[in-house]
Design a binder for this molecule. Structure first.
Ligand SMILES: [Mn+2]
Length: 354
């Protein structure tokens, strides 16, 4: 609980007198409050901290958020916010998460000036603590185990969707509460679609199949991609596999605190470009993972954030050849002061299944 109180304190430290901040994004609310229900707001000033929820959740909130003053809000939550923030000059809201409709309704009710703010909570979430890393590690372990099991049933004749469903079932059996996103199972020419979610396409011999999968464990996500061969693949597919694997390993070796996302991205991008496939790697190298599947920091050509110890990021280069197929290999890693710790432990050498 002390940990949750410290998170709130860090936010309060950024506010001046007569400034308030309303948090409505569900992940941000959960990060600050520990609340696991679906309806709640965190409202803080420099020295006050409230958790607002409706009648359904009042008792749950009192149990989960003892570091905040729990208030059952009126039918219209903006009325409660208006009365709690009397005398305020500015009320910051999360401009990336509040709808324009809600912004207008809130502005009509409160006397303070309602102003947008960006990434106040996200910037706290970017570096993980030990408990958070343990949960992400567990989500990654579930993913590794489920993937290993389904490798036994990947063969010509099964569909992408059958494999996706089997993965989901096995992850949940192993303790995942949800899947982290709609799984990408992209076989053959569909492998050229970086986000080709599973379809009823039948897998055939001679194809590569890209699996981009992840589990959610106690709110925290994992993210891993592996590409496997079904039967004998063409020399071109073998070639791009080896290039992506080299780029992935080298980028991973380059990860450490003090470097920017841009620098890490460049390691993989240069290898793929020098091999002649630069134009076929059209996305960033990776991203942060935590309560959201995609969060800060970006590890891309625009990644200005300097990596710090205990950030959790993905390293996922790919090559996508339209009309031919594609390869992506992705590990989830913890940034360390020197190097990185891999959380995705599935083998990255080309697996050939028959
Ligand atoms: Mn990813």
């Amino acid at each position: 609980m002390e940990k949750l109180a410290k998170r709130v304190q860090k936010l309060q430290d950024q506010l001046l007198a007569k400034q308030w901040f309303l948090v409505n994004d569900r992940k941000n609310v959960s990060y600050l409050s520990g609340f696991t229900g679906t309806s709640g707001y965190v409202l803080v000033s420099k020295n006050k901290g409230y958790f607002l929820t409706d009648f359904r959740y009042t008792e749950q909130a009192k149990l989960q958020c003892p570091h905040l003053e729990v208030v059952t809000h009126e039918q219209i939550v903006w009325d409660t916010i208006a009365s709690l923030t009397q005398g305020a000059e500015v009320l910051f809201v999360e401009e990336s998460h509040m709808t324009l409709e809600h912004y207008n309704q809130l502005s009509e009710k409160v006397k303070a000036e309602v102003k947008g703010s960006k990434n106040l909570v996200e910037d706290l979430r970017i570096v993980k603590d030990g408990d958070e890393i343990a949960l992400i590690k567990e989500a990654a372990r579930i993913t590794d185990e489920a993937f290993e099991e389904i490798c036994a049933i990947i063969k010509p004749g099964v569909t992408e969707l059958e494999l996706a469903r089997e993965l989901e079932f096995r992850m949940k059996k192993k303790g995942a509460s949800h899947v982290a996103f709609d799984f990408i199972v992209a076989s053959g020419k569909r492998g050229a679609l970086p986000h080709g979610v599973a379809t009823d396409k039948v897998i055939e011999a001679g194809e590569l199949v890209t699996f981009d999968i992840g589990a959610v464990y106690k709110g925290y996500h994992s993210d891993m991609t592996r590409t496997v061969a079904v039967g004998t693949i063409s020399s071109q597919l073998q070639e791009i596999y080896e290039i992506v694997l080299t780029a992935q390993k080298e980028a991973l070796n380059a990860v450490e605190a003090g470097k920017t996302g841009y620098e890490i991205d460049k390691v993989a991008r240069d290898i793929i470009s020098e091999a002649g496939y630069g134009e076929y790697f059209g996305h960033g190298l990776g991203h942060g993972v935590g309560l959201d599947i995609h969060e800060e920091p970006r590890v891309s050509p625009n990644g200005k954030t300097v990596l710090k110890q205990n950030m959790v990021i993905t390293i996922e280069p790919g090559i996508y050849l339209p009309g031919v197929g594609g390869v992506r290999i992705e590990d989830l890693v913890v940034v360390e002061t020197t190097g990185a710790t891999r959380l995705s432990l599935s083998s990255k050498e080309l697996i050939v299944l028959c």
